[in-house]
Design a protein around this ligand. Structure first.
Ligand SMILES: [Zn+2]
Ligand SMILES: [Zn+2]
Length: 112
């Protein structure tokens, strides 16, 4: 049986660690379960939610953040802009690393 195609955005798993999430201890239960947007607290549906994958704390607690498109876009933009300052692979604005480029592509996709 063919998998149904959806319009849902997926954040590549390799990029999620580069997108800073809110601190877990500050979040309501609904936000750690993915029922509400992890950033803004908007209620999410299966059609609108962007999955940020399973997160595991150092203590082994698993949580499942999801987010609305608008907040994800803001977070990805922030992650993209701050990235080169923290990255040892980026060598200035003309020599950006793969991760920086992937963050930028993701942001373009979220803008559509
Ligand atoms: Zn949101
Ligand atoms: Zn970089």
């Amino acid at each position: 049986m063919p998998t149904p195609r959806t319009q849902l955005m997926e954040i590549p798993a390799a990029l999620v660690p580069h997108i800073p999430l809110p601190r877990l201890e500050l979040l309501s239960d609904a936000r750690t379960r993915g029922a509400k947007c992890v950033w803004g607290g908007e209620r999410l549906t299966g059609e609108t939610a962007i999955d940020l994958g399973v997160q595991v704390t150092e203590g082994g607690f698993r949580w499942f953040p999801r987010a609305c498109r608008r907040c994800t876009r803001d977070a990805v933009r922030a992650a993209r802009d701050i990235h080169p300052d923290r990255c040892t692979e980026c060598e200035g604005p003309t020599a950006l690393c793969e991760t920086r480029r992937a963050l930028h592509d993701l942001l373009m996709e979220l803008r559509r």
